[in-house]
Design a protein around this ligand. Structure first.
Ligand code: ADP
Ligand code: ASP
Ligand code: MG
Length: 448
């Protein structure tokens, strides 16, 4: 996030205005500036076939006809990205990440072109742009690049010409012109970053559910739709596994104060607003719960109890761009040695394990223990700041189900428990029920 720089150019600096300061161009630009700007993002299922593309196109045209400047971000159709990934692994046992990026970005390129055709077909002007054409510049970390800047010139020019602009989600380009991707599910992040840079009035995320629920409705059938959720809560739910939104999208929205709305692509139901916290949000202790199933635990045993070793371990992980989810520390076996555990995503598990083996050898530690069979269930709510007993309620819910807690992590608005993988879904349902999240009586979540 820190590296992201929204373009600080004002309308005055952009080429179409500065070339003719006293012409109709200026008048038009001023009018454009006050026209509301909406970013609409359509996920894979929402553009899965021609009919759905037309439906999404109609929605964008409706906003355009209502006087909005409209930027659309699209994902690859249906499960194209999964299929391309599977193909890559059929062709190669270890596909180079650079080539994965070249391959996967084709999915979004198909969608933007088709969307532009659908809009043109309906009599409205539209133009599709890849990240390279737009100038969405990232760092060079293939498959998980981070956005550095977004050029506004082309976007503003096309919007000023009255076109609906369609941007390929999920992709970027680095300073040397290499194609990058932003991580699975990151079309949301493209949309939020564009909304931030363009100071959009709203960023609408159209998907296959009609909002953010108190838990993934596929896993917990009595989960309920949340009407309003704070940026912090959504960010924590997303990092804790709620796949409905990409976490980094929320970081952008929060930092640049862009209201986000998660809505169904099929209906006009209002969905969920993701906004700055408002008074009253703390009335409930837990807003929602999530499950992350893509985790692994690495435990270094017999770690000499000397200053600097934790720094060495985590510096080595950081150097390989491995994100550590939780750290389990200070479990002293005796005065001289400790156990240092950490939780990483399954994607990084093999490399984290290799590193841990090397560190254990180099620093004379004990055995390295490794488990890929863990999940984490998390409860999230800004109300935790002012409610006591949240942790106890959660632990009791797991105890009643006879589920063993392998590690616990807490922060101001999250409590997370690492549990055996096979117990994950049951743990999620139990915690959801313990906080009364499925109860119709309470709005969104119950206090304890
Ligand atoms: P898209 O392709 O539109 O980006 P995703 O599959 O990424 O859609 O996200 C939508 C899915 O997220 C839903 O189908 C739902 O199963 C899942 N999901 C996970 N957690 C939640 C939650 N708390 N609320 C709503 N949906 C959730
Ligand atoms: N198509 C990409 C993916 O499947 C990006 C996205 O859908 O947001 O991960
Ligand atoms: Mg998604």
């Amino acid at each position: 996030m820190a590296a992201f720089q929204p373009s600080v150019r004002t309308n005055r600096d952009s080429s179409f205005v500065s070339r003719s300061p006293f012409s109709l161009g200026l008048l038009f630009a001023c009018t454009m500036h006050i026209m509301p700007l909406t970013v609409q993002k359509f996920g894979g299922t929402s553009v899965a076939n021609a009919e759905k593309i037309h439906r999404a196109a109609r929605r964008a045209i409706r906003a355009h006809k209502a006087g909005h400047r409209v930027v659309i971000v699209v994902s690859a159709m249906g499960d194209t990205t999964d299929q391309l990934l599977a193909l890559a692994h059929e062709v190669s046992s270890n596909p180079p990440k650079r080539e994965l990026d070249v391959l996967l970005t084709t999915g979004e390129q198909v969608s933007i072109a088709l969307m532009a055709m659908a809009i043109n077909d309906a009599g409205c002007e539209a133009i599709s742009l890849t990240a390279g054409q737009l100038g969405l510049v990232t760092d060079s970390v293939h498959t998980r690049a981070r956005i550095r800047r977004i050029e506004r010139q082309r976007l503003e020019r096309e919007l000023a010409a009255g076109k609906i602009v369609i941007i390929a989600g999920f992709q970027g380009i680095d300073d040397s012109g290499e194609i990058t991707t932003l991580g699975r599910g990151a079309s949301d992040t493209t949309a939020a970053a564009l909304a931030a840079v363009l100071q959009a009035d709203v960023c609408e995320i159209y998907t296959d559910v009609d909002g953010v629920y108190t838990a993934d409705p596929r896993l917990v059938p009595d989960a309920r739709k949340i009407d309003r959720i704070s940026y912090d809560e959504m960010l924590e739910l997303a990092s804790a596994g709620a796949g409905v939104m990409h976490g980094r999208a929320i970081e952008f929205a929060m930092r640049f104060n862009v209201p986000m709305q998660v809505r169904s692509a099929l209906t006009d139901a209002p969905g969920t607003m993701i906004v700055a916290p408002t008074e009253g949000m703390e009335a409930v202790a837990v807003r929602g719960v999530s499950l992350r199933e893509d985790l692994a635990v690495v435990r270094l045993t017999g770690v000499p109890n000397v200053p600097g070793l934790a720094a060495t371990v985590f510096a080595a992980l950081a150097e390989k761009n491995i994100i550590v989810d939780d750290i389990i520390q200070n479990l002293y076996q005796n005065a001289e040695s400790a156990i240092l555990g950490f939780v990483v995503s399954s994607e990084d598990a093999a490399i984290a394990r290799e590193l841990a083996d090397r560190l254990a050898r180099d620093h004379e530690m004990g055995a390295v223990e490794f488990s890929e069979k863990v999940s984490k269930v998390s409860a999230v709510g800004v109300g935790m700041r002012s409610h006591s007993g949240v942790a106890a309620t959660m632990f009791q819910a797991l105890a009643r189900e006879d589920i063993n807690i392998l590690a616990i992590s807490t922060s101001e608005i999250v409590i997370g428990c690492v549990v055996p993988r096979q117990d994950g879904p049951r743990a999620l349902a139990a915690v959801h029920a313990a906080f009364g999240l499925g109860d119709a009586v309470n709005e969104n979540a119950a206090s304890i």
